[in-house]
Design a protein around this ligand. Structure first.
Ligand SMILES: [Zn+2]
Ligand SMILES: [Zn+2]
Length: 421
């Protein structure tokens, strides 16, 4: 079978083509396992963390990929619950010990023996893979194969983040970063909490406009108040130079209209501030500290960025008792020095909480897939061929884009094409 394998770790900047196209023997399903013929596999930021060694695979070579959609090709001895040809999905959780205190209470994501698909065992950047039947899920017929792929991680971990954020209907929610996961969380939050206003903080104008189109009440950049100074941190400057992305750009976009309904009320407009949409100078709000006041204090926030600046920005914007959930398996080191600027009274005091999200449980995926169908969630997807996996990863690093990236691997039969687009 064809597969893209990772043979050695290192920065993408040094080796922009870390995956190699090879032929591998078809894996055999062991007892209780299912062999799945892959049709689509999502591309996740965690793959960059694996390639660059922040969450290194224990052995090389390895096949990456943990947002897999395909069809049951063969059942191992004793594997129950599926029939041949059935459409299924596989996520980040491959297995856990099943005996420890965490596993016993359904928190197998915290198990010391947690094994991840596409890191600890071969994943979905290949034509076939195996997984324990208990870590295989049915895909609701509402989704095409390509649409379903990002639901397995970006969506399911987004669902877990929203659960951990403890949002109640009507509370204000902030999303920091607006990639594959956040664009699904926004749609889910609008379904579960119709009175909740969602404020989106994202680095690129395209991401902000996409957030507004999906129903965000407001979208802007992370804000200048984080460092309490006019100059960018050296790390931010260095990073901008390195990858060509300006993470410090401040831009405010007000919601105009959405496909979901009429314009939402503007959150507490402040005199003297205005939208810079269409302005010749997109940084014109940069020196206006009042622009931050367009966003009222948030009851909860979810950070899906790979960096640290948004963490402080989110903490500062939390209301007393507010909750920040950091949804990232690993953070990058580049701007970690901003944490030294933590302002305790402004950013952590008044019982603000910070929590990380670790991995994903089977329950998260099992609950989320039918919920996503019911909520009418439609992941926005950019498609790549399996052989173009290196390009997909590079573009994930370099470009802000709408939604998720998915590798089209094998033959796809889209059971019920989406007619609502
Ligand atoms: Zn992932
Ligand atoms: Zn365990």
């Amino acid at each position: 079978m064809k597969a893209m394998v990772l043979r050695r770790l290192g920065p993408l900047a040094d080796n922009p083509e870390p995956l190699e196209s090879v032929e591998l023997p078809v894996p055999e399903p062991g007892p209780g396992e299912v062999l799945v013929r892959v049709s689509a596999c999502g591309v996740c930021h965690t793959e960059l963390d694996e390639i660059e060694g922040r969450t290194a695979p224990p052995k090389l070579p390895v096949v990456l990929g943990h947002q897999v959609v395909g069809r049951v090709e063969e059942l191992g001895k004793g594997a129950a619950g599926f029939v041949l040809g059935e459409r299924v999905g596989i996520g980040w959780i491959h297995s856990s010990c099943g005996r420890c205190e965490y596993c016993r209470r359904g928190e197998e994501n915290l198990c010391a023996e947690f094994r991840a698909t596409g890191r600890d065992v071969d994943g979905g950047y290949a034509e076939l893979l195996t997984a324990p039947a208990e870590s295989v899920y049915r895909i609701p017929e509402e989704f095409t194969d390509i649409q379903a792929a990002p639901l397995l991680c970006a969506g399911a971990i987004g669902y877990r983040s929203l659960r951990l954020a403890g949002v109640e209907d009507g509370e204000r929610l902030g999303l920091f970063g607006f990639g594959a996961s956040a664009h699904i969380v926004l749609q889910l939050a609008r379904h579960l909490y119709p009175r909740t206003r969602v404020f989106v903080f994202a680095r690129s104008r395209e991401e902000r406009e996409f957030a507004l189109a999906l129903g965000a009440a407001w979208a802007g950049d992370f804000g200048p108040e984080v460092n309490h100074r006019d100059t960018e941190s050296e790390a931010t400057k260095a990073r901008k130079h390195e990858d060509g992305i300006d993470r410090g750009d401040l831009n405010i976009t007000e919601r105009t209209d959405t496909p979901f309904g009429p314009r939402a009320p503007n959150p507490e407009p402040v005199s003297g501030t205005k939208s810079t949409k269409g302005s010749d100078n997109p940084r014109s709000e940069t020196r206006n500290p009042k622009s931050a006041l367009l966003v009222p204090p948030l009851h909860a926030a979810i950070d899906t960025t790979p960096v640290w600046k948004p963490v402080l920005s989110a903490l500062e914007r939390l209301a007393p008792g507010g909750r920040l959930v950091v949804n990232a398996i690993r953070k990058e080191e580049a701007d970690k020095d901003v944490l030294l600027g933590l302002d305790y009274p402004k950013q952590l005091w008044l019982e603000k909480e910070v929590k990380s999200v670790a991995n994903v449980t089977r329950r998260d995926i099992r609950e989320f897939l039918p919920l996503a169908a019911k909520a009418g969630i439609r992941p926005e997807v950019t498609e790549y061929a399996l052989a173009d996996a290196n390009r997909a990863l590079l573009e994930l690093r370099q470009k802000g884009a709408r939604g998720a990236r998915v590798l089209a691997v094998g033959r796809r039969i889209d059971l019920k094409p989406d007619t609502r687009d």
